[in-house]
Design a protein around this ligand. Structure first.
Ligand SMILES: Cc1ncc(COP(=O)(O)O)c(C=O)c1O
Length: 367
């Protein structure tokens, strides 16, 4: 079976460096928020070309902390997409703010600016842009829109490690960016981890307090924070894995290009090509098909695992049935959720695996 991810077939050299990193931490005798975290924070800030990176427990906390660091809370509305991991919207609720859902563009599945405009009210404080599947797109329009309206632009970069547009990296376009290093992400830890990135020193300082009970100096708590500290083992592992990220990302892009060049089944639609090569890091390679379930069954038969990101848009999740949304509806998101399918596209795939996926997709016939 060609899997969606295959950590067991990662290079032996990476495995050895990760084991050495674990040993380094165990021998240091320091396990939470220490030198390994500081080192990885500096490395990730450099990678994203931002001035500050604050390691946190996971991606959802990075979003919540970004919102709270901006004093976005009760009564404030944050516009985002229903076609995302549930965590994006849950983070807004957890910050005490009000999520408002705008629809997406059919060709990218990314937030539609026209729909965002329809969601604006007197209470709007921020747009939470999700770089879904690893794509950064139409950034200048969102920046300009937020600037003109006085809204914060916050980026959910959980799927967009190393994605760049016009020479700048995901997380550096808005006032803050939130990364997840969940194992399956393009840069994944063997556990939970996350990072907030920003060029704003005050937000960085506040996030640094919020992740640690709101503590300013030891045992002094000027604000109510949470426990979202990054541990040394995960940071040390991420430092080792970061050394491979460019090579792994480039392999994802090569695989995706082969898919684009050779998939020619008229029943299977590919999403739009990225604005530039760097603007898509292919966390997921997603196609749409009116007979999605039949395509998924066919691919499973041909030895190709697939997943659906996401089968249920946020506004159809039980706690969110009455969530605020575009008054014109969220029809494109609903259509996308009913037809989308994610194909394997990860750095451990061989050329033979890539060809197998292409041939299997091309052989699909509508019953
Ligand atoms: C788009 C998006 N946002 C947020 C998150 C939350 O990250 P985490 O699982 O590390 O909390 C994820 C991860 O699933 C994600 O894909």
């Amino acid at each position: 079976m060609i899997l969606m991810n295959n950590f067991k077939s990662e290079p032996a050299a990476l495995r050895e460096d990760m084991l050495a990193a674990a040993q380094r931490v165990l021998e240091s005798g320091w396990y939470v928020l220490g030198k390994e975290v500081e080192h990885f924070e500096a490395a990730w800030a450099g990678t994203c070309r931002v001035s500050h990176a604050i390691g946190v427990g996971n991606g959802i906390d990075a979003i919540e902390i970004a919102l709270r660091a901006l004093n976005i809370g009760p009564g404030d509305e944050v516009i985002t997409t229903p076609m995302t991991a549930f965590a994006t919207v849950l983070a807004i609720y957890r910050a005490g703010a009000i999520p408002v859902l705008a629809d997406i563009e059919a060709d990218t599945a990314l937030l539609s600016l026209d729909s965002v405009e329809r969601c604006v009210t007197q209470q709007t404080k921020a747009v939470l842009l999700v770089h879904l599947y690893g794509q950064v797109c139409n950034i200048a329009s969102f920046q300009q829109f937020c600037e003109q309206r006085g809204f914060y632009l916050i980026e959910d970069c959980a799927q967009a490690h190393l994605a760049k547009s016009e020479g700048r990296a995901a997380g550096s376009y808005g006032v803050a960016g939130a990364y997840s290093f969940y194992p399956t992400k393009n840069l994944g830890a063997p556990g939970d981890a996350g990072m907030l990135v920003t060029n704003d020193a005050d937000i960085a300082a506040k996030a640094g307090r919020l992740r640690n009970y709101g503590q300013s100096v030891r045992y002094h708590h000027p604000e109510l924070g949470l426990n979202s500290r990054l541990d040394e083992i995960q940071a040390a592992m991420l430092t080792e894995r970061l050394k491979w990220l460019e090579e792994f990302t480039s392999r994802r892009q090569t695989i995706a290009q082969a898919f684009r060049d050779e998939m020619n089944n008229p029943s299977v639609r590919l999403l739009a090509a990225p604005e530039s090569k760097d603007a898509h890091v292919y966390h997921l390679f997603v196609v749409t098909c009116a007979q999605r379930d039949a395509l998924q069954a066919h691919l499973a038969n041909e030895g190709v695992q697939t997943l659906i990101h996401y089968p249920v848009p946020v506004h159809h999740q039980e706690p969110c049935l009455s969530i605020q949304r575009d008054p014109d509806g969220l029809h494109v998101s609903e259509q996308h959720a009913a037809t989308c399918l994610s194909l394997p596209c990860h750095p451990q795939m061989s050329d033979t695996d890539v060809q197998t996926v292409i041939d299997a997709v091309n052989r699909f016939r509508v019953a």
